[in-house]
Design a protein around this ligand. Structure first.
Ligand code: MF3
Ligand code: CO
Ligand code: CO
Length: 271
């Protein structure tokens, strides 16, 4: 197996899948407030995908060694790092939640993205973790250009996150994406500049750092085969975009009307 290089036509397919994945997050956004359950968020996500004519990549998704994933999206609350399964517990003021959406279009292209949501008024620490994790993702994205290497992305994210006293989860990474959910390469969110695979125009992969307020270690929540939590119970945040390597830099593909504003150090969503 190797890294697929997308053609101009493939890229058109990916642009649509990625915009629709982002629009699912736009659709659920006004509903995410104290009292909503993560199951209700899941239902809204499924409703939006049905209207779009997309299908969820996560329903029934079953990598080796896992049970089939049972929902249309992932909802990871507070100390849940990733792969949280929607449930009947209402969100309450002060919670932070990552919603991760991956859709498949009629043509078979996958678009994958996630955002953080703050439930009502949150602690300064929670707001800071979410905001700085968003910036960490963008510090990785702006590294993307032909000739740069995957290690440049990981290093930029790690340096920024650890420089603010946070830690980077090592067990999960970004990934190539296309007509499959998880393709090569693995995109680590830590690393050394100038190392690993060189980036080439037409590569498409996700950048999706999971950043912990406390220690980086994670553990299985235990009973569902999916949910991952911080070992020290500290808060964890994650943001995710799907990114194309262009001849001159990057194009962030998972954008839509509701995408949050760019951090100050970023000048463009495509270069
Ligand atoms: N969307 C996640 C990612 O960014 C993967 C979720 S797999 C699931 O790669 F089965 F947990 F939904
Ligand atoms: Co992903
Ligand atoms: Co995702």
């Amino acid at each position: 197996m190797s890294i697929t290089i997308k053609s101009a036509e493939d890229i058109e397919g990916m642009r649509l899948a990625c915009r629709l994945a982002s629009e699912v997050l736009d659709y659920i956004t006004p509903h995410i407030k104290p009292g909503i359950t993560t199951k209700e968020i899941d239902r809204l996500g499924a409703e939006c995908m049905a209207q779009q004519g997309t299908i969820s990549a996560t329903v029934g998704y079953q990598p080796p060694g896992y049970p089939p994933y049972p929902a249309s999206l992932c909802t990871s609350v507070n100390h849940v790092v990733c792969h949280g399964i929607p449930n009947d517990k209402p969100l309450k003021k002060g919670d932070i939640v990552n919603v991760d959406v991956t859709v498949i279009t009629k043509d078979g292209w996958y678009g994958d993205n996630s955002r953080m949501f703050l439930i009502g008024e949150c602690s300064i620490a929670a707001k800071r973790l979410s905001a700085l994790t968003f910036e960490a993702m963008w510090h990785g994205i702006v590294q993307v250009k032909p000739g740069a290497r995957l290690g440049d992305i990981g290093h930029a994210i790690q340096k920024f996150a650890e420089g603010h006293g946070f830690s980077v989860v090592r067990e999960f990474c970004g990934h190539g994406i296309g007509k499959k959910f998880h393709e090569e390469p693995q995109v680590l969110h830590y690393g050394k500049p100038g190392t690993l695979e060189e980036l080439v125009p037409g590569m498409v992969f996700t950048i999706e750092p999971m950043i912990n307020a406390g220690r980086r270690e994670v553990k299985d929540f235990g009973n569902d085969g999916w949910t991952i939590v911080t070992k020290d119970h500290s808060l964890s945040a994650q943001w995710e975009h799907t990114v194309l390597v262009t001849p001159t830099g990057y194009e962030v593909m998972t954008l839509s009307a509701g995408s949050p504003p760019l951090p100050p150090f970023v000048t463009a969503t495509a270069t």
